[in-house]
Design a protein around this ligand. Sequence first.
Ligand code: ZN
Length: 524
Amino acid sequence: MATITPTKATKATPAIAFNLKTATLRTLFEMTRTIADLDAIRALLDWDQQTQMPLGANGVRGEQIATLETVLHAHKAAPALGKAIAKAEAALAAHPERFSDADRALVREARRSHAEATKLPEHFVRDYAVATSVGWEHWQAARTAQDFSLFASDLERIVDLQRQKAQYLDPAAKVPYAVLFDTFEPGMDLATCEQALDQLRQATVPLLKRVQAAQQVDNGFLQGTFPHDQQMALSRRILAIIGYDFDHGRLDLAAHPFMTGLGSPDDDRLTTRVDEHDVVSCQMSVMHECGHAHYELGIDPALKRTILGGGTSSGIHESQSRTWENIIGRSAAFWQGQYHVLQDAFPTPFKQVPLADFVRALNRVEGSLIRVEADELTYNLHIIIRFEIEKDLIAGKIAVRDLPGIWNQKYYDYLGVTPPNDSVGLMQDVHWSAGLFGYFPTYSLGNCYAAQFAATLRQAHPDMDARLAQGETGFIREWQRDTIHRWGSIYQGDDLCRRVTGEGLNPAHLIAYLTEKFTRVYGL
Ligand code: ZN
């Protein structure tokens, strides 16, 4: 297995270093190191809870996590940290030439984290924790019962708390939703995101109509019986092929697949789930999570155990997973190089299925109900629906009680489908019950960034498809590491995008990619 070695400093990739000779910065560095370590320990408890922990330990684990959260909050909100940040800011302003981009980013991120911890009053944090914990339970029960009314009043409470949160974080904000969005995509204004998603909607809806009018692609052979152990063995093989480093990670099972960084770039773990009737969903999810892991495993060792030692924003993080899941994992070139691996794992049916048919099946487009199962073309419409709804909810333009009707109408208008019940409609995603308002749009931003980065990658490697077809994947990971991964959180999302591609977020790249791909797949 290829391990990822630290990047050597060259003209193109200068060394990353902190200026620790300055006492002010050293103090701040040490204080935030404790926060970074505690954050990683918090993530480890969570990973264990979702993958290994016996069910009976749920109660005690909840208490342990609550205790750790209190300790973590005390560190983030400590007045001594506030003083250290202020001193470092003064030093930076007085002698900017003495400090590196890493130094500036350390101070910026420390300020962000401290501000968030101190602006939210203790009673609010407690109310919020209770509301989301009870809300999550009720969401699950309501989903099982297919009865939104069991969750509606919790959601009303959570929406109200979101408005309060925005108010605490930025009392002067004109658009509370923008404040919530900023916690996931720092540095990008909401208008830029709105514009991008609007462009995406305008391009996607007519393209989808053309696809739907064309002859549908057959994907029947992707369904069948594919035993669990064989699927897991295939997953490990695919991970090895795309360069996942098992010396610094592992693959486990979880109800909802995720990647977690427990000390990047040394320990970044994956989870997946297996559907024995579907051969593709597990492999795609593994490639997706591996894209997240590549990001964290590629972070420069100088950022280890610092508050900059993680991905810079939700959108950029998602761009890395989407690159491996979609742009590579659903491409003809990749499967040209790897189809024999799938054929070895499941001779029936794949020895009988021509490669071209398999690739077309992987890219079948369908107006569907469930976001996480959506194809690349319709996926963004699922996001746009949530984005429009949550903006209106936070702005008070629509009421929680009216959500089922609003949701179903939008699904009909954009995707041509109507959910038979709210469990496969507005209650399908965990996000709102967990208080994650402002998060959904970053999924589509991730798709935009992925296509934009891919265009630049193609300029650097015009022979990309030929190399993929020969089975090579390492050159892509290396390019990503040198241009994107190694910087951790030093640069904010859109700033990083500009540095890599020469321009800020530009959805035209994704639109061009989708148009080219589905025109080809459907012979439009
Ligand atoms: Zn993801």
